[in-house]
Design a protein around this ligand. Structure first.
Ligand SMILES: [Ca+2]
Ligand SMILES: [Ca+2]
Length: 193
């Protein structure tokens, strides 16, 4: 009898553990190749998002990668036509504006919120007002010539239990900035933490 109770207890603990694990998700998604809009600066393929991944590391850190068809920007040597995908986040409740709650954007050296010599991934609260300082930063690393990785603390997003995200590559032009590619093309991807 005692033994079967222990077994039952172990089974309940196992089920509870699985339930806790299954709440958080990770995954990958693809975006069509060749769906870049207009004529961005430099090589069109550098703007063409083809894949992304999302998941968790330890200590509330979320990890995203973005892969492009061409070559992604090098944070250590950013140039005018370097492409660093921008991420948008939608968290439960209203934090930012009607478009997004937070935005992760790579800023080049010499821009108002980057006083380093390298590219810096800043996290901003989305706002319709004048630019405000970032709420924090993310680690940016080039994993391969095509893939960039962003690591950020979920605390920078207000420690939500989940968020939705989408990704864009943006280019400057004679008529101002425009979105060259977006992934996914429709909707947002849910990351449960
Ligand atoms: Ca694409
Ligand atoms: Ca797309």
């Amino acid at each position: 009898m005692k033994r079967s109770l222990i077994t039952l207890g172990a089974a309940i603990a196992l089920v509870a553990g699985l339930a806790a694990v299954s709440l958080a998700n990770s995954g990958s998604f693809t975006d069509p190749k060749g769906d870049v809009a207009d004529h961005p600066l430099g090589n069109k393929a550098n703007y063409d998002i083809v894949k992304g991944t999302f998941g968790d590391a330890r200590h509330d850190v979320v990890v995203h990668t973005v892969t492009v068809a061409g070559t992604v920007g090098d944070p250590a040597n950013p140039g005018r036509s370097s492409v660093f995908p921008t991420m948008f986040f939608d968290v439960p409740g209203t934090v930012g504006n009607s478009y997004c709650d937070y935005k992760l954007q790579v800023d080049g050296p010499g821009t108002p919120f980057n006083h380093t010599d390298a590219a810096k991934a800043n996290i901003y609260k989305c706002s319709d007002g004048p630019p405000k300082p970032p709420v924090g930063s993310a680690k940016v690393a080039r994993k391969t010539p095509k893939t960039i990785e962003y690591r950020l603390s979920a605390k920078r997003l207000g420690s939500p239990d989940k968020y939705k995200f989408w990704i864009q590559t943006v280019s400057d032009s004679d008529h101002g900035f425009f979105v060259a590619d977006q992934a996914p093309n429709e909707g947002k991807i849910v990351h449960r933490l």
